[in-house]
Design a protein around this ligand. Structure first.
Ligand code: GLP
Length: 241
């Protein structure tokens, strides 16, 4: 098949983070009202550090921007250090001028989840749609928390995490028993609706996922392969072959 993904090889993690930050900086400079789709995980930490740096240097402002995060665990409080609410505050929101009411992270509170799954895509649409979506990738090819087998037509929904994902993410918890079994995530369709996508892939543990994405195969068994259906995806990678 015709490969439409744009591949950028970075020499280092630092360079990968910088290239990604430059794309987002340009987006905000061209449109200060940008709607940003944001991701969590170890991979984008360097990216967020660069965005905070750029804000502090006066190069960008988030004052008129809006954000929508990809996902959140179900059943852990925002004050829990392993929650994505906590991560986002630490990595970005506590350091920049985005208004609290313009920040959206799916609710992991079980009593809010149903309302959130129904409304999240609608809220994104009402904000004008996501202009640029940041993504990482799971070792099994998941994007957001869309595990293998997820329909490419899915919207924001509740998912059960696979054992491999719980294993991979247990480093952020005291023990595997503490890793939630369920999460709320934007669906694959939600992600494909973003106008532009930037995917970061870093490190040997992602080698297999990188190779599979690079092969061009499109299958719901490998969620990231849905990106082959999107016209504007940039993959920035380092420390994989
Ligand atoms: C989690 C998140 C994903 C993220 C993935 C990879 O499961 N839900 O959005 O892309 O982990 O994370 P890391 O960058 O830590 O490898």
């Amino acid at each position: 098949m015709v490969q439409t993904l744009k591949w950028i090889e970075a020499k280092s993690y630092e360079e990968m983070s910088e290239i990604a930050a430059n794309i987002f900086k340009e987006q905000l400079q061209n449109n200060k009202k940008s709607v940003l789709g944001l991701a969590t995980g170890g991979t984008p930490e360097g990216f967020y550090a660069k965005m905070v740096e750029a804000y502090k240097a006066g190069e960008i402002s988030f004052a008129e921007a809006k954000s929508f995060n990809l996902d959140e665990y179900i059943g852990i409080e925002p004050s829990n250090k392993a929650s994505y609410h906590y991560y986002m505050d630490e990595q970005l929101f506590n350091h920049v001028d985005m208004k609290r009411e313009d920040i959206h992270v799916p609710a992991g509170d079980p009593s809010q989840v149903e309302k959130n799954t129904d409304q999240y895509d609608q809220m994104i649409e009402e904000a004008g749609g996501i202009d640029i979506q940041l993504l990482g990738i799971g070792v099994n090819g998941h994007i957001g928390f869309n595990e293998p087998g997820t329909s490419f037509e899915s919207y924001t929904n509740v998912v059960e995490l696979t054992e491999s994902t719980r294993e991979a993410n247990k480093i952020y918890f005291d023990s595997i028993e503490d890793v939630p079994t369920h999460a709320i995530t934007m669906g694959i369709k939600t992600i494909l609706n973003a106008k532009k996508v930037v995917l970061l892939i870093s490190g040997q543990s992602k080698q297999e996922a990188y190779d599979r994405l690079r092969s061009g195969e499109v299958t719901e068994d490998f969620p990231a392969s849905a990106l082959h259906k999107h016209p504007d995806v940039t993959v920035i990678y380092c420390d994989v072959k």
